[in-house]
Design a protein. Structure first.
Length: 457
């Protein structure tokens, strides 16, 4: 009998292994190696963006080592929402939960549009938005069928995506030129000057895209067999895998030819390979098809992530309890899966977003998602410091190394990212703030529901 039948709070089954969690960690993020990051070249150039990416990689590495302490101490489907709520009460939980929801609901439409762009390379008559919508339908269905099926598929997709990135590096390596990579590498200039610095800061959201959503493993913690042991392994090996892949992909793509042709497009890897092997090579067609595995891995994994976040918020009374229902047969939060999909498909067809700041639709969706992520990173690190003081005896199976320096660096890096993004993407920042305000209205109106749930607990 599941929770819906027994009348107790809805609960998820513990079925995920360490290897599956690693697959989720890598799969959530790996689409960031395939697209999105090249938009950073448009403002920073290859060399300037490399500096930005190194800073972001350091921020993410210290963040993950710190975040893992929270995840293993409080293995909850709500992830950051649960940590902030325990540290700062309901309002803190709302801020973290809403920010995470924005991150995980807005990332999939950007990835879906990239899936459409990749398919459009093979089938020029295919509407990328129609393909993106079809991807939502297929992978929402797979996430509803069951978490074991979803996690196993995610692991397979992640392995195939890693293999394909290695194939890409191998195929383009004979034509790699360090001189081509460095040409105009400082915001269009061949040598560094202070004028290159603003572009490096403006490129921060696209460097974040290399690693965005790895923290989503926390939302699978409630479904892990042994979260206190398996999650640290999944997080640490996952971030190391992604850093190595990010360096390789960026270096080999930029050195394949004229890198300026790869900025501001959704399919930089196939276009980079074209520079080496030509338009009709079998390698190119293989990259397009197998490249979809990376995009699909992240798309599929983030659907799993947003559904657990919606489910957790609804279960705690922050969203209508309707979304906390679990499917009686598949034991998955099916209504939460569908709710996030409706928002994502609407974002795909919101062409007016193209006008914001002169950026493309994909770039603005990426930026919106990153605003949610950075907000969540800040409050999570603050929650770590707060819980260290307020609950020193709390069981901590994983202890943050080099505390307090690692979480301090992650917090400082996130604050720098937030300030920079507000400056360079002010209109998107206003929309993000507006979403949080609307959400706060819902949070305020549902306080009675939370009081009833707390009394019944």
């Amino acid at each position: 009998m599941n929770a819906n039948q027994s009348g107790t709070a809805p609960a998820l089954q513990q079925t995920l292994t360490t290897f599956q969690l690693w697959g989720i960690a890598v799969g959530l993020v790996i689409s960031g190696e395939y697209f999105g990051w090249s938009y950073g070249w448009a403002t920073a150039g290859t060399l300037g963006f490399t500096i930005t990416a190194i800073f972001i990689a350091a921020m993410y590495t210290t963040f993950i080592f710190s975040f893992t302490e929270l995840t293993t101490s409080i293995p909850h489907a709500g992830g950051p929402f649960a940590y902030a709520k325990r540290a700062f009460g309901p309002l803190g939980g709302y801020i973290a939960g809403a920010a995470t929801l924005v991150e995980f609901v807005f990332a999939p439409p950007a990835i879906a549009l990239a899936i459409g762009a990749y398919l459009n390379v093979q089938y020029p008559a295919l509407d990328p938005k129609l393909a993106a919508t079809a991807a939502y339908v297929v992978f929402m269905a797979l996430n509803i069928i069951g978490v074991q099926i979803a996690a196993t598929l995610e692991l397979l997709l992640a392995l195939l995506a890693i293999f394909e990135l290695l194939v890409f590096m191998g195929v383009v390596s004979p034509g790699f030129s360090l001189a081509a990579f460095a040409k105009g590498g400082w915001s269009g200039q061949d040598s560094f000057s202070l004028a290159a610095i603003p572009g490096m800061f403006a490129a921060i959201p696209f460097a974040i895209w290399f690693f965005l959503a790895i923290e989503g493993v926390a939302m699978a913690a409630e479904e892990a067999k042994d979260p206190r042991r398996s999650i640290p392994i999944a997080y640490v090996t996952g971030i190391l895998t992604l850093v190595a892949l990010a360096i390789g992909v960026m270096l080999f793509a930029g050195g394949a030819g004229d890198w300026t042709k790869l900025a501001n497009i959704n399919d930089p890897l196939p276009q980079a390979m074209k520079m080496i092997v030509g338009d009709n090579s079998g390698w190119l067609h293989m990259l397009v098809w197998l490249g979809l595995f990376g995009l699909v891995a992240s798309f599929h994994g983030i659907i799993l992530g947003y559904s657990r976040q919606i489910f957790a918020l609804a279960r705690e009374g922050y969203l209508p309890h309707y979304f906390a229902k679990i499917h009686p047969r598949f034991n998955t939060p099916h209504r939460a899966v569908l709710a996030g999909g409706v928002v994502g498909i609407a974002a795909i067809y919101s062409d007016e977003l193209v006008k914001i700041g002169g950026q493309t639709l994909t770039a603005n969706i990426v930026t919106m998602s990153v605003f949610g992520a950075i907000t969540m990173y800040i409050i999570s690190m603050l929650a770590l410091f707060k819980l260290r003081r307020s609950e020193p005896r709390m069981a901590r199976p994983f202890i943050t190394p080099l505390y307090p320096w690692f979480p301090l660096f992650a917090l400082a890096g996130a604050v720098v990212c937030m300030a920079t993004m507000v400056y360079y993407s002010f209109l998107v920042a206003l929309i993000f703030a507006g979403l949080l305000l609307v959400g706060y209205g819902v949070f305020h109106l549902t306080r009675g529901n939370r009081a009833k749930l707390a009394a019944a607990a």
